[in-house]
Write a protein that binds this ligand. Sequence first.
Ligand SMILES: *Cc1c(COP(=O)(O)O)cnc(C)c1O
Length: 453
Amino acid sequence: MNTKKFLLQEKDIPTAWYNIVADMKNKPLPPLNPKTKKPLNPEDLYPLFAKGLVDQEVNQTDAWIEIPEEVRDMYKIWRPTPLVRAFGLEKALDTPAHIYFKNESVSPVGSHKLNSAIPQAYFCKKEGVTNITTETGAGQWGAAMSLAAKHFGLELAVYMVKISYNQKPYRRLIMQTYGAEVVASPSMSTRAGRDIITKHPNYQGSLGTAISEAVELAMQTPNCKYVLGSVLNHVMLHQTVIGLEAEKQMEMAGEYPDVLIACFGGGSNFSGIAYPFLRHKLLDGKDIRVIAAEPACCPKLTRGEFQYDFGDEAGYTPLIPMYTLGHSFTPANIHAGGLRYHGAGSIVSQLRKDGYVDAVDIPQLETFKAALLFAKTEGIIPAPESSHAIAATIREAEQAKLEGKQKTILFNLSGHGLIDMTAYDQYLEGDLTNGEVSDADIAKNIAELDKII
Ligand SMILES: *Cc1c(COP(=O)(O)O)cnc(C)c1O
């Protein structure tokens, strides 16, 4: 019998996160103060973020950062996650490729986001913070943060993009079940919200506005910090538990991936699985192809430009060096809401620039086709985001078949899609489109950026 699942035990949960920056020859460029265009000091970030997290954010020297025992204890609820050989998918594709996936969908909230929500809540709590704020689009990050905040006894306010608040009641209810306060954004509770409602009474919200509201509330509330679910260095750091476990599990399987694939929004699940393997490439010159799978409507790594840009639409954040489509870029309204972000984190952007990371962009219909095949052959209904990784994996497996070459592929299943069944309904009814983007539209938004690089 061939082994289907490679399982680790609680004692194998990593004891340290991997900080890839320590091993990078070219460090990422520093974030800049948008007014002075001078590099930011860690102290500039302390009012907004917990100090422990800022210190991780700027750490360029320690390759390993210890995971606090309280965090590991909570990881035990669902970690280590399984590594699975996708025999069913391989057979359906009739490919010589060996396909493995790391199943992050088994977390209580259904995605990898909890890996970072827990340490973020922990470091806030440790510093005497009582309240935290954040924003959420489709609700994956908000759900994870709600559970983590409750565990550490923190009050959480989540600004949820209004259109999702109305269209995706289940994730709102998950957050409320864990005890978070969920506010539809734009709201009347902040100046940023009131301003935009006054100007556009029917505005359905955006992540940019929700970020502005969450930041404003955090700055005005005593003992309150703001937390973010992707893009920042410390988020990527926390997610490396995925790849560190997968590294051991691939050893158990007696194979090493030739190709590693993850979907890409801001880069957290991608970095989480990729950095521990990229370490072999950086330090030992190991031959591994690492591919970020993006939506065709939001292709920052495939068609964007490496430039300083804001992290949010409104331009409140520091300037971050990133592959970007421009912060005013509005991607088509595809179902993979978690991938509709204009930029990529600064570490992964540097790695891309230095040739360590490949990217592909995939149209929406191809991702749903892949998702259905995966559901039918492996039993798991994937999140629309994760389906991008599956579609990219299928392309690689079909290529292996054409070349008649055995190849080992590992992809990250970042989440399940059981709360996204309306999206599947629309696909099955033939109501979805590809939602691509023209070169002119990309060029227009990039042209608005200050060319600092
Ligand atoms: C949020 C999310 C993503 C995209 O975010 P990254 O930071 O790029 O990982 C992907 N998959 C799932 C299931 C998500 O919830």
